[in-house]
Every structure is written in structure tokens, then in C-alpha cells.
Design a protein around this ligand. Structure first.
Ligand code: NCD
Length: 334
């Protein structure tokens, strides 16, 4: 097994590692430690040196990347788009509100058409778990599929950028205690993080209202607490999650006031963690509901800006890797 650290000096960076040939990034539960290390090593080069640190070979310039987002997004969509553009790819955003999906076209037919046009990468966000697998079946070996967030189930690039950000604070995550607080039931970020953090050797502790806490988490190796204080005690990192107001059924929480009182992360609760504790949030955040204004903006503790800039580098690394390290059937000259 390979050692996962943030050592940019590692001789095992970039081309010295080999990619498995995996063509699609669907969830962190699929990834091996070697694959994670491969993506981190490329992402760190882009983080430290920009696109010039590892230029995409000319033969790939101009290839097509389709961003197909059926759900709202700011960071994920724009960072994949920007990452593609700085690598000299042709990025097309498909606006689901004005696409043929509104005429009843299926995910599979949309994907098949994009692959037939020659798009080499299709990045999809969808409200249904399993939507990317439908796309994978539809495109065969003509395109790479990247899951940019799917229902409440998975969001692999978010988990990868979260772990990459934590690894800027420690050599590795073995034995690290990570507290994930909030609306766990509706959070794809929570689930993809659980798989990845455990792969990296961390202990994952969840806390949230019982009505927003799935019952199977313990079976997956996680620790589950009713009170945030228990999860945060002696933690190295706290991840606050958004209360997903758009996915709530009525009656899951007594009131927003009550939620704030019990679960909002503030300086006082954070002080229960280890010295040097840091706070993450995948954003968008409901300021003052799951995290206080002052903590969100406190650069001593908050890693949120780093998460966003690492997300850009990580998404460049994903695009670079899938294009250069996988074999696709040619559909057209591009
Ligand atoms: C998250 C998402 O969409 O899953 N945001 C993101 O991608 N950064 C989290 C959320 O919506 O709360």
C-alpha cells in the first residue's frame, strides 16, 4: 500500500505512478489508495504550479467535455469548466432547463448523443442515485463519466478535495478523528467522505438530529453520536454540513432555532477539539444555521477557501488523468 501524504517532494509524484486505467469516477468507494494517491500527486502539481506544471499533451487539446447538470451548482460546475478551459479543452455546458431532457429525453439517450458527437468526458450532476451508472452503460467505451454529485449518495470530487485539504495540515490521515456534523441523511458529501476517509485510515464520527441520521452508518464503520460535542471532542477536523432545506420533509427537525441551538458549530464547540483543529464546509452554507458567521470567516480555523482552490486543482487532475491514462474508442477526429 502506498503512503498518502502531502509531500510535494515525493519522488513518487505524477508520471512515476501509474493510473489503473479506470475510465469513470463514480464514487470514492470504487477507488484504491494508489488511485487516490495518483490523483493527489497530479492535483498538487497543479495547485503549486498552475496548468503549466503539467501541460496536457497537444494531441488532447480541443477535446470535448460536456458539463450536464440537472441540479444547481456553483463551485463544482464552474471549477470543472474552468479546469477544462485552462487545460485547453472545449467545455460545453448543457443547460438542462432548455435541453431535450425537458422533452422527455432519457439520461442514456442524452449521453449516447454526446458520445456520438465526440465528447470524451461527460460530467453529470443528477438528483437520482445511480444516474451515472445509466450513463456509463449508455456510452460504453466512447467517453469517460465523472459523477459531480448524485442524489444523497455520492460526490467523489468533493470528498477528494476535502481529503486533499486535510492533508495540507497533517502528513497523513491515519488515526485522525474527523467529525461530520449536521444533515447526514441528505448529504452525498458525507457518504463519499466516509468511504474515502476510512480508506485513508481516519476515524469518522457523525453527529446530527436522529431524524437526519441514517441507521446503517455504524455498519459501515462510522461512529454515531447524538450530540455534536461528543463527535468534536479531541477531533482533528470538523466538517459542518448544510441543512438541506430543499430536501427536507416536514417534521424532521423541531425548528431552525432548535437546530441552531444544538448543532450549529461555533468557536465554543470547536474548542472541544484538539489544539490546531480546523473546520471545513463543502458549501453552499446557510450562515448562522450550521456554522456561525464568525467561525466561517475565521481564517485561523476555516479551510473553506483552501477547499475551493484545491477543488479546482483536483478537477484539473481528474480531467488530465482520464484523458491521458484511459483508452477510448474514437468516435470522431477530435
Ligand atoms: C454540495 C452538493 O451539492 O452536494 N455542494 C458542493 O458540491 N460543493 C453540498 C450541498 O449542496 O450542501
Amino acid at each position: 500500500m502506498m503512503k498518502v501524504t502531502d509531500s510535494s517532494k515525493s519522488t513518487k509524484s505524477g508520471p512515476n505512478l501509474t493510473w489503473s486505467g479506470r475510465r469513470h469516477i463514480i464514487d470514492t468507494s470504487d477507488l484504491t489508495l494508489d488511485e487516490v494517491e495518483y490523483l493527489f500527486s497530479i492535483a498538487r502539481r497543479y495547485r503549486d504550479g498552475g496548468p503549466a506544471a503539467l501541460p496536457l499533451p497537444q494531441e488532447f487539446h480541443g477535446q470535448g467535455v460536456a458539463n450536464v447538470f440537472y441540479e444547481n451548482s456553483t463551485r463544482t460546475r464552474s471549477s470543472f469548466e474552468f479546469a477544462g478551459k485552462v487545460l485547453r479543452l472545449n467545455v460545453v455546458n448543457i443547460d438542462s432547463k432548455v435541453s431535450s431532457v425537458n422533452k422527455g429525453e432519457s439520461i442514456e439517450d442524452t449521453g449516447r448523443n454526446l458520445a456520438a458527437m465526440g465528447f470524451k468526458i461527460i460530467i453529470q450532476r443528477h438528483s437520482a442515485a445511480g444516474a451515472c451508472n445509466l450513463l456509463v452503460q449508455a456510452v460504453g467505451d466512447k467517453a469517460c463519466i465523472i459523477n459531480a454529485g448524485e442524489g444523497a449518495s455520492s460526490h467523489p470530487s468533493q470528498a477528494l478535495l476535502d481529503a486533499m485539504t486535510m492533508l495540507e495540515c497533517r502528513d497523513n490521515l491515519r488515526g485522525a478523528k474527523i467529525a461530520i456534523i449536521g444533515d447526514i441523511t441528505h448529504s452525498r458529501v458525507a457518504r463519499s467522505n466516509l468511504w474515502l476517509l476510512q480508506l485513508l485510515g481516519a476515524e469518522v464520527h457523525f453527529a446530527g438530529p436522529p431524524t437526519l441520521m441514517p441507521s446503517y452508518l455504524r455498519e459501515l464503520g462510522a461512529h454515531v453520536h447524538l450530540r455534536p460535542e461528543e463527535a468534536i471532542k479531541a477531533a482533528d477536523f470538523v466538517m459542518a454540513l448544510r441543512l438541506q432545506l430543499e430536501r427536507q420533509q416536514s417534521g424532521l427537525i423541531p425548528s431552525i432555532d432548535e437546530y441552531q441551538r444544538v448543532f450549529r458549530i461555533d468557536h465554543e464547540r470547536l474548542a472541544l477539539g484538539k489544539p490546531g483543529i480546523k473546520v471545513l464546509h463543502p458549501q453552499p452554507m446557510n450562515r448562522d444555521i450550521e456554522i456561525t458567521y464568525s467561525l466561517a470567516d475565521d481564517q485561523k480555523f476555516s479551510l473553506m477557501d483552501k477547499q475551493v482552490s484545491n477543488g479546482f486543482a483536483l478537477r484539473m487532475a481528474i480531467l488530465y488523468t482520464l484523458l491521458t491514462q484511459t483508452k477510448l474508442t474514437q468516435t470522431n477526429k477530435l
